[in-house]
Design a protein around this ligand. Structure first.
Ligand SMILES: OC[C@@H]1[C@@H](O)[C@H](O)[C@@H](O)c2nc(CNc3ccccc3)cn21
Length: 457
């Protein structure tokens, strides 16, 4: 990749990150791989959802995406050109077990074998996400995450993956954002499987966490040493303390507390009481869920701004949030309409280290969508570059405040399938022309390469 432009950061005033800080990028299988029917891959709930009229922008699907399944050598080369230390990617469960259970599909395993070997050859550390939303459809046909048995299938799948890759993959995260799987997928229906049943979404959340715990047990028993979970977390900004606490509970503490404290927060149990009696929680579940982990993955994009408003109906993605309004923030916005508030990252990381001490943190996703334009083979994505710069400064401030932050993985390496938004929203630091599959590192990638090289800003 020719360096169309290099960013010469002045030495003076450079913010240095700790020695050994891990710099990388992140993706997810359904968003980049394509090859949806190649080599025995079975359908996932996102194959079904994206084919359901009206669910995904313009009927876009992950059938081809970035064709990473075939182009991974080029993509690994790009990672090397950018000097990345690590690459976070997810494994497509239906590529490994097309029916979500039973013997593994050898051609599916072979792909990830090749990918890990390619990464190793490039000196890039693999960070595996076992589940990034692409549940095998056959498991959804049996209730999906509302069915407790799915948690057991997930642990079996985790064991299969460790047995194949455990000799070369050290860092394993079980789930990406169980909040999205449970409350976007089963309560609001804006994500797969598109169910609008808030009364079952809490059971889905619990079974996702149970799957995490059972997978941790399986991975640990097989010899895994670095195991974690990735949560999408957001500080809640409000002039109303009760409103803030309600959303903090439904977004953050509903996952942080069971995983790191072995209990569900009492206020969340009470507020969800209008939907469920929590009878899906069985004796011993929370001991399994709170199996010790070595790392907490933090996906941060922006804070949530809320206020108390009598009579306000619940936000569909937050069942139990009656009386809370989401007015939006008075801040610059990304192409997703999400506010640009880097201070929220510092606040979040400091809160985590204070309220949940002892678990090292890694930013597993942070990034922004902006409307990019290719001009003479370049993409001058100043908005994204500025977003990343501000958030890295915010992360550095957290480290200065004593937070044990181990790394930063930008979302995303490539423009990709942005779920219900399809391909119209671009988060990549590398532009993808979906007509030609041409990759073009954006100015933000060239800037990020310098940050990695200098280990600082
Ligand atoms: O939306 C950008 C990324 C997405 O592409 C990743 O697959 C996913 O892990 C991810 N999580 C968030 C933050 N959570 C979220 C909030 C509302 C809708 C969807 C995701 C953003 N992103």
């Amino acid at each position: 990749m020719s360096a169309q432009k290099s960013y010469n950061l002045q030495d003076s005033g450079v913010l240095r990150f700790p020695e050994g800080f891990v710099w990388g990028a992140a993706t997810a299988a359904y968003q980049i791989e394509g090859a949806a029917r190649d080599d025995g891959r079975g359908p996932s709930i996102w194959d079904t959802f994206s084919r359901t009229p009206g669910k995904v922008h313009a009927g876009h699907t992950g059938d081809v995406a970035c064709d990473h399944y075939h182009r991974y050598p080029e993509d690994v080369r790009i990672m090397g050109d950018l000097g990345l230390h690590a690459y976070r990617f997810s494994i497509s469960w239906p590529r490994i077990q097309p029916d979500g259970a039973g013997p593994a599909n050898p051609r599916g395993l072979d792909f990830y074998d090749r990918l890990v070997d390619e990464l190793q050859g490039g000196g890039i550390t693999p960070i595996v996400t076992l589940y990034h939303w692409d549940l095998p459809q056959t498991l959804e046909d049996r209730g999906g995450w509302t069915n407790r048995e799915t948690a057991e299938r997930f642990a079996e799948y985790a064991a299969i993956m460790y047995s194949r890759l455990g000799d070369r993959v050290e860092t394993w995260t079980t789930l990406n954002e169980p909040w999205c799987s449970a409350f976007l997928g089963y309560a609001s229906g804006i994500h797969a499987p598109g169910r609008t049943e808030p009364e079952v979404s809490f059971a889905a959340a619990h079974h996702l966490l149970l799957g995490h715990g059972l997978a941790v047990q399986a991975l640990r028993a097989a010899g895994a040493s670095q195991i974690g979970i990735t949560l999408n977390l957001a500080p809640v900004l409000s002039d109303d303390a009760e409103a803030a606490s309600i959303v903090d509970g439904l977004q953050n503490r509903i996952f942080l507390d069971p995983v790191l404290r072995g209990e569900y927060p009492a206020d969340v149990v009470e507020r969800a009481g209008r939907f469920t009696d929590w009878s899906f929680v069985k004796d011993g579940d929370l001991e399994i869920i709170s199996q010790p982990i070595d790392l907490l993955g933090v996906n941060y994009y922006n804070p949530q701004t809320v206020t108390g408003r009598a009579g306000e109906p619940a936000n569909p993605v937050y069942p139990g949030s009656e009386g809370v309004a989401f007015p939006g923030a008075d801040a610059p916005k990304t192409a997703m309409g999400w506010p640009v508030q880097p201070f929220g990252l510092t606040d979040l990381l400091v809160r985590l280290s204070h309220d949940y001490p002892g678990t090292p943190l890694i930013i597993t996703e942070n990034g922004a969508a902006f409307d990019d334009v290719v001009e003479d083979g370049q993409v001058h994505d100043v908005g994204r570059l500025s977003y990343l710069d501000g958030h890295l400064r915010a992360a550095h401030a957290a480290i200065e405040a004593g937070v044990d932050l181990r790394g930063y993985l930008v979302w995303s390496l490539l423009d990709n399938f942005e779920w219900a938004e399809g391909y119209r929203k671009r988060f990549g630091v590398v532009h993808v022309d979906y007509n030609t599959q041409r990759r073009t590192p954006k100015d933000s990638a060239l800037w990020y390469r310098e940050v990695v090289r200098r280990n600082g800003l």
